[in-house]
Design a protein around this ligand. Structure first.
Ligand code: ADP
Length: 360
């Protein structure tokens, strides 16, 4: 007697199916939804959100081919669970109340466009991108603020060489610290170096809320927000408080980071925040001696995922010791005239300016 077919066997087989054109499998990247197995009959759902029709068709063919070869499968059905249609209006509840999760969203006074810099995991260079992007926008003549909401590792004070905290007025309003031409505020300015441990759960949320409510910005074209990494409640709550012009997703070319990015994209889609595109950080390495470009982690992964999810690849940022050194020393690398890093960040700032829209 052959082993009975079950859901785990089907999922294990589908883990061999790659997303067309990318080196990541369709199970890891959560393209496979419900899997039902009854006897020798299998039903698999493919979850479609922002992927192109061709991508989904390619996945469907590849899944069918794999199920055809899977031992114990008598017949199978593949359905598309289409979650891509934008919800136009939140439904009204049974008593006429609005369950609109965005009812609390309020514009930040004095700020035209809010751009969040996000990453699904830590250490991919999100804060470095946020700081250098803010400075690149400033260099293109914009008035820019930087809100460091990364409560778990606020790095903006170090990166911009800021000591001390903001001024707080009698009516408890917080005045941002001006550094290198940016109006900035950071969780790191509000806590002693050994205080990080208390920033948990509801405290994180109320601290972020206070920053959004009580900081007085002076006429900004852009407020760049360095979000905490991940897709937890803190980020979700934050994006529900303020209308965002868009999110810049930072990733590295490695497969694991790309699978995480997909999860991040989905979270922002769920709250109807536009993802402007993807930044592939640590994309390639420029040899200091010969000037040649080397692809250490498989450059181009970001481009493949951007293409599959119909998102622009906004920039590829090289691995460059000036980014780490500049961050540690309070002299961000974008300030180095004529460098590849500066060029990449100016390109990013240009794309962000093109794509970000004012929101009410
Ligand atoms: P995150 O905000 O995602 O946790 P950081 O911006 O703090 O990441 O970056 C993590 C570390 O990697 C820092 O030491 C930073 O200086 C370094 N780093 C980030 N991007 C690059 C890069 N492109 N080249 C070299 N070092 C980088």
């Amino acid at each position: 007697m052959s082993n009975a077919l079950n859901k785990d066997a089907v999922l294990a087989a589908l883990k061999e199916v790659k997303l067309p054109g990318a080196n990541v499998d369709v199970v890891t990247i959560r393209l496979i939804g419900d899997v039902l197995v009854e006897g020798d009959q299998v039903r698999v759902a493919i979850v479609k959100t922002s992927e192109k029709d061709e991508t989904i068709a390619g996945v469907q063919d590849a899944v069918a081919a794999r199920l055809n070869r899977l031992e114990g499968v008598g017949s199978f059905e593949i359905v598309i669970d289409d979650r891509s249609a934008p919800k136009k209006k939140a439904p009204t509840g049974p008593h006429g109340q609005s369950p609109d999760p965005f009812a609390d969203r309020k514009r930040i006074p004095g700020v035209d466009k809010v751009i969040a810099v996000a990453s699904a995991k830590g250490g991919v260079g999100k804060s470095s991108v946020a700081v250098n992007l803010a400075l690149a926008l400033r260099d293109s003549g914009k008035r820019v603020g930087l809100l460091d909401a990364d409560v778990y590792g606020p790095s903006v004070p170090t990166m911009l060489n800021i000591e001390g905290g903001p001024e707080v007025t009698e009516d408890k309003k917080i005045l941002p610290v001006v550094a290198q031409g940016l109006q900035t505020i950071s969780m790191g300015m509000m806590m002693a170096p050994d205080q990080a441990v208390i920033w948990r759960g509801p405290l994180v949320f109320s601290a972020i809320k206070q920053f959004l409510k009580d900081v007085v910005w002076d006429e900004l074209d852009y407020l760049v927000v360095d979000l905490p990494p991940g897709t937890g409640d803190a980020q979700l709550t934050l994006v529900q408080q303020v209308p965002l012009s868009g999110v810049v997703m930072v990733t590295t070319p490695q497969e694991v980071a790309l699978a995480d990015v997909r999860r991040g994209i989905r979270m922002f889609e769920q709250v109807e925040v536009p993802v402007l595109g993807i930044v592939e950080n640590m994309s390639y390495f420029v040899c200091g001696k010969c000037g040649e470009e080397h692809d250490l982690f498989g450059r181009g992964g970001g481009a493949q995922v951007a293409e599959a999810y119909r998102l622009p690849l906004l920039a590829e940022i090289p691995i460059d010791s000036s980014i780490r050194k500049g961050g540690d020393e309070g002299k961000p690398a974008v300030l180095n005239d004529g460098s590849k890093v500066r060029e990449a960040f100016l390109q990013l700032a240009g794309r962000v300016s093109e794509l970000a829209v004012s929101v009410d």
